[in-house]
Ligand binder design. Structure first.
Ligand code: ADE
Ligand code: ZN
Length: 339
């Protein structure tokens, strides 16, 4: 039956997608930060949520990290981590996310006296019911802070050993420049031995040489960000030949001034080069958008057509740490999706 002219236009359902680059601490919205501050008797150096939001103007990665770590002071108990993850999953569901591989930064919590078990148990409580509650399959990725020592990463890995059945992969994040992947060869070898997958942030602010190191010295399965690979033709050829996924975060790149303007983002050139690129939100509470907001933003700024968006959604499942049956099921959902 044709719809009447006065009928409201049908709302598009978002493309089914996997989110592969998402820091759970970067989903801490001001409202939840204030609620947790009150629950835990923590005083924030901001009077209101609006005042906090006004602080979200960043000159570079470090200026963002300063606020990101400071706000973690409100995360103290297992309930806090469960509530944080649950709030993310509810938002992710509305954005078409069907599978989420979620980073967490244990050292940012253990350094404040929060045991690693509290963090992992709290996050796991929300993740364990995510399939049932939100229809989202999940994985946890434990990141090492690269601006801390290699010894600290090793201590963190050993502390996590009793919980490794809940962890799919290790990652490397925080301030990139001056902290090359080579520093973390030993802990990545241990992670690999323990059967974990490996990813690393590289080529966000750091040079293409860091992407080479992540591939050659850490043996990573995916590169997080990686946009600066475009400065090195040989590196692009290697990433294309091996179909190493890159988890690109467009709104993050603009907010952290890795790229001046979304209209200048190298995403189309990366796709044209044959790279296995995915689109992700990184720290959505800080960068102005969740998974589908990033899809919409690149569609509008870069004039991407529906088929390109579908390719990005397919890539997200191709790049995910999934068994082949589940991967095929999700890929079929993309094929069946009607804009
Ligand atoms: N930690 C949280 N977000 C990050 C980013 N974009 N780069 C490096 N470390 C991070
Ligand atoms: Zn990141």
């Amino acid at each position: 039956m044709p719809s009447s002219p006065s009928a409201a236009p049908a709302r598009q359902t978002p493309l089914p997608k996997a989110e592969l680059h998402l820091h759970i601490e970067g989903t801490l919205e001001p409202e939840l930060a204030f609620a947790l501050a009150e629950r835990n008797g923590v005083t924030l150096p901001y009077a209101t949520e609006d005042e906090l939001r006004r602080a979200y103007s960043f000159a570079d990665l470090q200026s963002f990290l300063n606020l990101y770590y400071a706000l973690m002071a409100v995360l103290r108990t297992e309930d806090d981590f469960a509530d944080l993850a649950d709030a993310y999953l509810a938002r992710a569901q509305a954005q078409g996310v069907r599978h989420a591989e979620i980073f967490f930064d244990p050292q940012a919590h253990t350094a404040r006296g929060v045991p690693i078990g509290t963090v992992i148990d709290g996050l796991s409580r929300a993740l364990d019911t995510a399939q049932e509650t939100y229809g989202i399959s999940t994985r946890l990725i434990m990141c090492f802070l690269r601006d801390e020592s290699a010894e600290s990463a090793l201590t963190t890995f050993e502390a996590a050993r009793p919980h490794l059945h809940r962890i799919a992969a290790v990652g490397l994040d925080s301030a990139e420049v001056g902290h090359p992947p080579s520093k973390f060869q030993e802990v990545y070898a241990l992670a690999r031995e323990a059967g974990l997958k490996c990813v690393a942030h590289a080529g966000e602010e750091g040079p293409p040489a860091y992407v080479w190191e992540a591939l050659d010295l850490l043996g990573v399965d995916r590169i997080d960000h990686g946009v600066r690979c475009m400065e090195d033709e040989r590196l692009v050829a290697r990433l294309v030949a091996e179909q190493i996924p890159l988890t690109v975060c467009p709104l993050s790149n603009v907010r952290l001034r890795v790229i001046d303007d979304l209209a200048d983002h190298p995403l189309p050139a990366m796709l044209d080069a044959g790279l296995l690129v995915t689109v992700n939100s990184d720290d959505p509470a800080y960068f102005g958008g969740y998974a589908d907001d990033n899809f919409t933003a690149v569609r509008d700024a870069l004039r991407l057509d529906e088929e390109t968006l579908r390719t990005l959604a397919r890539n997200s499942f191709r790049a995910a740490f999934l068994d082949e049956v589940t991967r095929e099921k999700y890929l079929k959902e993309v094929d069946a999706h009607q804009a």
